[in-house]
Design a protein around this ligand. Structure first.
Ligand code: FAD
Length: 401
């Protein structure tokens, strides 16, 4: 372990930043530790924001991020990193209106991602984004007035918000510009399946539909689609994906290319004293042999832990991180779990059960190798861990199924 670290700064107090801070202490780092986060809230779980916190099944206190153990750190809330100077090892902050500079000899960057705002500029009242607990509570407040809801964007956030609103008995339309729901994450076969799920639950699913404009002056009354049709709405939730939160790193000299480019240990390229983790980072993944920026809860936490260990290790002795990305999504009473990365798959097969009964497992292959598995049977994807890690033949031998 390096013994020259005396000042470590963690920027971002989401799951990646908090797990990094905990791990530093757990691994025996006893120097100064400062965690900087621009939200005022204590760290919290983000996944419930489109599910149980949005529906009101749980309350704000129910999403607090439990620490794995108490650790000693200076925590700055409502403090935003504005600039990084790698030459002088300084992070410049706006600490609730006051300029503050922090020196570091080790830096963890875990600033996550920001939701894409509406590309057409200003929007009427009632058109909302969902990333933070405040966003969630603001939308939830509007749901109490039983609005007609239009969700724009058929990715995970959009699909989950649509499911939650529909479960509350609201009138819901889900509008997606591309050729299917969850298409880039799950592929065409599953996109069709998930569109069916939403239709079965009474959502007005519009695929290949482009939003031309919002109707309503001060307050949203609906949306106009490019085919000339209109959908009435009192609330529009926009889920157009996210961009990594790297604006504050402009001019730092760090390589940013759809996130901070890192090696397989989490070290930022060309910088042995800076590591990055979570939604903001694009790590080299040895199994997939390319840089991947993953937007999953579980992965962000594990990367935070791995990045902390990398910071503490001698530069040439840090461990490669090769865990398979894992995520889940809850829509109605279906829990989808995915292990691995199906991007660019060229083969797909259902290996168990029946999608129309919502109890099944499917595998994705590329060039004759298994690259990912998806299941609605709780925990089943874990049985595929070894096969995917080892790049086992596709389709898998019956013993795995
Ligand atoms: P974040 O959670 O974004 O944390 C980064 C923190 O850094 C934030 O608090 C941010 O405000 C702060 N920050 C940003 N810039 C600065 C700055 N300049 N200075 C100081 N602080 C800064 N994943 C799943 O696997 N399953 C799910 O079901 C699921 N559901 C989700 C539902 C919703 C509504 C959302 C938004 C995400 C969901 N995700 C889910 C994704 C998952 O939550 C993210 O991948 C995870 O939160 C990423 O963690 P992170 O720590 O990298 O980033």
């Amino acid at each position: 372990m390096r013994n020259d670290l005396r000042e470590v700064v963690v920027v971002g107090s989401g799951i990646a930043g908090m797990r990094a801070a905990e791990t530093l202490r757990q691994e025996g780092y006893d120097g100064a530790l400062t965690v900087v986060g621009d939200e005022w809230h204590a760290p919290y779980h983000r996944p419930p924001l489109s599910k149980k916190l949005l529906s009101g099944q749980i309350q704000r206190a129910g999403i607090d991020l439990a620490l794995q153990f108490e650790f000693d750190a200076r925590v700055l809330r409502g403090a935003s990193a504005r600039k990084l100077d790698t030459a002088s090892h300084t992070v410049h902050l706006d600490d609730d209106g006051t300029a503050l500079s922090l020196q570091y000899d080790g830096l963890v960057i875990a600033t996550g991602a920001s939701p894409r705002t509406w590309p057409g500029g200003e929007v009427p009242d009632g058109v909302m984004l969902l990333r933070t607990v405040d966003d969630c509570l603001a939308i939830r407040k509007r749901l109490k007035t039983r609005p007609r809801v239009v969700v724009v964007g058929g990715g995970f956030i959009g699909a989950e918000v649509a499911a939650t609103c529909r479960t509350l008995g609201l009138e819901v339309a889900l509008v997606e510009r591309g050729d299917g729901l969850l298409l880039s994450a799950l592929g065409a076969e599953m996109a069709e399946c998930w569109a069916r799920l939403h239709k079965q639950h009474g959502v007005d699913v519009r695929i290949g539909a482009d939003v031309e404009s919002f109707i309503g002056g001060g307050r949203v009354e609906g949306i106009r689609l490019s085919d000339g049709s209109q959908l009435a709405a009192d609330l529009v939730v926009v889920g157009l994906g996210v961009t990594p939160a790297t604006e504050w790193l402009e001019g730092s000299g760090l390589r940013i290319d759809d996130g901070l480019v890192c090696d397989a240990t989490g070290a930022v390229e060309g910088c042995s004293d800076v590591v990055a983790a979570g939604d903001v980072a694009r790590w080299w993944h040895p199994r997939y042999e390319r840089h991947l920026r993953i937007e999953h809860w579980d992965h962000a936490g594990r990367q935070g832990e791995a990045a902390a260990r990398t910071l503490l290790a001698d530069p040439d002795r840090a461990d490669t991180y090769d865990e398979l990305p894992y995520f889940w999504s809850d829509q109605y009473d279906v829990k989808l779990q995915m292990l691995g990365v199906p991007t660019d798959y060229d083969a797909f097969t259902v290996v168990e059960g029946r999608p129309d009964r919502w109890e099944f497992t499917a595998a994705y292959g590329l060039k004759g190798r298994t690259i990912a598995a998806l299941s609605t049977i709780p925990g089943r994807v874990l049985a595929y861990r070894e096969a995917i890690s080892a790049g086992a033949d596709f389709p898998l031998p019956p013993s795995v199924n």
